[in-house]
Design a protein around this ligand. Structure first.
Ligand SMILES: C[S@@+](CC[C@H](N)C(=O)[O-])C[C@H]1O[C@@H](n2cnc3c(N)ncnc32)[C@H](O)[C@@H]1O
Length: 424
C-alpha cells in the first residue's frame, strides 16, 4: 500500500508526523539505506537496524520531504532467507554495528551499497574490485562510554548508553576484558568521571589497553588494570609496528594489512620514493618496504611520528619522517624553487582522516611530479569527491573497496591515479 494519496501534496504533511508505508526494498544505497518508491513514484529511503535485503517487503514509518520520503522500517512482511538471528544480544539497540542479521551475506550487501555510491558519484570510474571481510575479522579498538554508572556503546542514533558486558564484534580478549574494565570503574580503581574510553588490543590480541580522553593508559594485568606507559604492538606478517595505545591504528589490523598488501602489490605499486602522506606510525611504508627504495612520511601527530621513526628504523628503511600538516608541507615542496614531489618513478600515497582532502591540497597536487598517486578513504562520499577533485591532472585508473569495517555499512575505498597525459 503506498499510503499517501496522489492528491495530497507533501507540504501539507507536518514534517514531524510519520506515515505508515508498506512496500518492497528495490535495492540498497550507500550508507546502508534501502531504496523504494511510493505508488506515486516518489523515492523513499529506509533505514533499518540489523540489515535490509533487496526484495524484502517491509512496513515502515515514513516522513515526507518535498520530493522524497525518509523513514525507518518497523516490521518485515517478508524476510530474505539469508537473514540470520543476530549473534549480539544488544544488536537491535547498539549503534556500533548495523549488519548483524545479514550474516554471511553482509559482504554482498555492502558490495551493493558501494556499487550504488560509485555508480552515482564516479560514473566514469573504471571497473572496481570488492574484497569482503573474512569471517574471523574482529575489531582491535572499541570506543566505550561511561556515565559514572553505566558502561557501554551509544544507543543507535542517540547519545544514551546501551550497557554491554561483551562485544562479539571485538577481538575475544577485548570482549572478555569488558567485565573487568567495568569492575575497575565501579571499584574506583580507574578515573570515575563520565567520559569516553578506548579499549584496544595488540596483535595477536595478548594485551588489552584502556585509554581515557586525556590519553592516559592502563594495561590489563592478571590482577587488574594497571597504569602503564607501554606501547601497543601489532605483529603483522612477522613485522613489528608499535604505536601509542589510543592513537590511530587500523581497526582490524591483521585483516587491513592483508587487504592493503594484496591490493597494492596486485596493482604493482612500486618505484623510487613513496610519499606516505598522513602516514601515522608507518603502516604503508612498512607494508611496501620491499617495493620502494625510499620513504618520506608526513604526519601531524608528533607521538605517531616518533613511533614511525622507530618502526621504520627497525625495518632498516631509508626514510624521513616529519611532523607536519600535509597541505602546508606539499605547498612548500611544490612552491617555486621547492624540491617538488618526486618524478615519474615515485608514488604519492594519501590516507587522510575521515573528512578527506581539502580542495586546496587537491589543487596543489595538480602539479605534483610523481608517476602514481594512491588515495585511501574511509568515508566513501569524501573519497569520491576527492577523486573528482584530483582531476584533471590525475586520472583514476584502478578502483577498489575493502570491507575493513565488518558488520557496519562503512567501507575503505582505494583509488590508483596516473597522470592524465595531455591535460597535465
Ligand atoms: C586514517 S589515519 C591513517 C594513518 C596511517 N596511514 C595508517 O594507516 O595507519 C590518518 C592520519 O592522518 C593524521 N592527520 C590528520 N590530519 C593531518 C594533517 N592535516 N596533516 C598530517 N597528518 C594528519 C592523523 O593523525 C592520522 O594518523
Amino acid at each position: 500500500m503506498g499510503a499517501r494519496g496522489k492528491g495530497s501534496p507533501a507540504y501539507r504533511t507536518p514534517r514531524t508526523a510519520g506515515e505508515a508505508w508498506q512496500g518492497k526494498i528495490e535495492r540498497l544505497s550507500w550508507g546502508g539505506l534501502g531504496l523504494a518508491h511510493s505508488e506515486d513514484g516518489r523515492l523513499i529511503l529506509l533505514r533499518a537496524p540489523l540489515a535490509l535485503f533487496p526484495g524484502e517487503e517491509v512496513q515502515a514509518e515514513v516522513r515526507w520531504k518535498p520530493r522524497h520520503g525518509e523513514g525507518t522500517v518497523k516490521a518485515w512482511v517478508s524476510r530474505d532467507p539469508r537473514r540470520i538471528p543476530a549473534a549480539c544480544p544488544v544488536a537491535e539497540r547498539c549503534g556500533g554495528c548495523d549488519l548483524w542479521e545479514a550474516g554471511p551475506a553482509a559482504g554482498e550487501l555492502k558490495r551493493q551499497m558501494v556499487e550504488d555510491l560509485f555508480r552515482r558519484a564516479l560514473p566514469e570510474a573504471p571497473a572496481w574490485s570488492w574484497r569482503a571481510a573474512p569471517e574471523e575479522a574482529r575489531r582491535h579498538r572499541i570506543q566505550l562510554h561511561w556515565n559514572g554508572r553505566i558502561l557501554g556503546f551509544h544507543r543507535r542514533g542517540t547519545n544514551q548508553i546501551v550497557e554491554v558486558s561483551a562485544c562479539p564484534a571485538a577481538a575475544d580478549a577485548l570482549s572478555a576484558a569488558l567485565p573487568r574494565f567495568r569492575e575497575a570503574l565501579l571499584g574506583k580503581l580507574l578515573p570515575t568521571r563520565p567520559q569516553r574510553w578506548e579499549l584496544s588490543a595488540s596483535t595477536p590480541a595478548a594485551k588489552v589497553f584502556a585509554t581515557d580522553e586525556g590519553g592516559r593508559t592502563w594495561v590489563l594485568e592478571p590482577d587488574g588494570f594497571q597504569r602503564s606507559d607501554e606501547s601497543a604492538e601489532q605483529i603483522l606478517d612477522g613485522l613489528r609496528l608499535r604505536h601509542r595505545p589510543g592513537g590511530f591504528f587500523q581497526a582490524c589490523p591483521a585483516w587491513a594489512w592483508t587487504a592493503f598488501k594484496d591490493l597494492l602489490t596486485g596493482w604493482d605499486l612500486k618505484g623510487g620514493t613513496l610519499f606516505d602522506l598522513y602516514g601515522g606510525v608507518g603502516l604503508f611504508s612498512a607494508l611496501l618496504k620491499d617495493r620502494f627504495t625510499r620513504f618520506e612520511l608526513v604526519e601531524s601527530d608528533e607521538a605517531a611520528v616518533g613511533f614511525a621513526r622507530k618502526n621504520l628504523s627497525l625495518l632498516h628503511l631509508d626514510f624521513e619522517a616529519r611532523v607536519a600538516d600535509v597541505e602546508a608541507w606539499v605547498g612548500e615542496r611544490l612552491a617555486e624553487g621547492g624540491p617538488g614531489l618526486g618524478s615519474g618513478g615515485d608514488a604519492i600515497l594519501l590516507d587522510p582522516p575521515r573528512e578527506g582532502l581539502s580542495a586546496e591540497l587537491c589543487a596543489q597536487l595538480q602539479t605534483a611530479g610523481a608517476g602514481r598517486l594512491v588515495l585511501v578513504g574511509c568515508d566513501g562520499a569524501a573519497f569520491c569527491r576527492d577523486a573528482k577533485r584530483l582531476g584533471p591532472a590525475w586520472k583514476l585508473t584502478k578502483l577498489a573497496a575493502l570491507d575493513l569495517f565488518p558488520l557496519t555499512h562503512h567501507a575503505e575505498c582505494v583509488g590508483l591515479f596516473e597522470p592524465a597525459g595531455d591535460s597535465r
